[in-house]
Write a protein of this length. Structure first.
Lengths: 112, 115
């Protein structure tokens, strides 16, 4: 069973703070790493799909980096806003059986 | 608008009854998936289908069944054999990929409570 770990489990920041989370995954048999944002009462939505070691992706104030050799990815949020409050999930794909293995998520709460 | 529709959003059933959760997509995606979420755990794959009339067991398929008679539809039946059916269920689809899986598009989920 693949182990995908996310830390911290939860995070509470103030508006304007920058923050980051970690996703750790097995460094062998890497094909792709996904990040999703899941707001309460909504569908999870994809932020990034990362496939190359050293990859950096950015969408607005959110960015992610990938290190496949050591098995981790960071998600950064610059200048957090209340609308960033959500659970952020990462998911690891080994290329077999068409399935992603999800971490338990980091729950972010941004207050004014 | 294109997307994935799950129904019902909330469902209560008595122990021993089978329950079917609906999942419909109009994204023209070939692959569809069912995940289960329990508190403190990551999403776990129940079943997936890469093409019509074909589906594969995921990590926790016991006590569940699916069908894929149409590209747009992938219903999940929670049978009485599922020991702990109370959970939140998410359906997803993804566009075809080559060596890697494309991003997943999710429905809003169905919460099943077995009394």
């Amino acid at each position: 069973i693949l182990n995908v770990e996310q830390s911290p489990q939860s995070l509470h920041v103030q508006e304007g703070d920058s923050t980051n989370f970690t996703c750790s995954f097995p460094s062998s048999n890497f094909y792709a790493l996904h990040w999703y944002r899941w707001e309460t009462a909504k569908s999870p939505e994809a932020l990034f799909v990362m496939t190359l070691n050293g990859d950096e992706k950015k969408k607005g104030r959110i960015s992610a980096t990938l290190n496949t050799k050591e098995g981790y990815s960071y998600l950064y949020i610059k200048g957090s806003q209340p609308e960033d409050s959500a659970t952020y999930l990462c998911a690891f794909f080994t290329g077999t059986a068409s399935k992603l293995t999800f971490g338990t998520g980091t729950r972010l709460q941004v207050t004014l | 608008d294109g997307g994935i529709t799950q129904s019902p959003k909330y469902l209560f059933r008595k122990e021993g009854q089978n329950v079917t959760l609906s999942c419909e997509q109009n994204l023209n995606h070939d692959a569809m998936y069912w995940y289960r979420q329990d508190p403190g755990q990551g999403l776990r794959l129940i079943y997936y289908s890469q093409i019509v009339n074909d589906f594969q067991k995921g990590d926790i398929a016991e006590g569940y069944s699916v069908s894929r008679e149409k590209k747009e539809s992938f219903p999940l039946t929670v049978t009485s054999a599922q020991k702990n059916p109370t959970a939140f269920y998410l359906c997803a689809s993804s566009p075809p990929g080559t060596r890697t899986i494309g991003e997943l598009f999710f429905g809003e989920g169905s919460r099943l409570t077995v009394l």
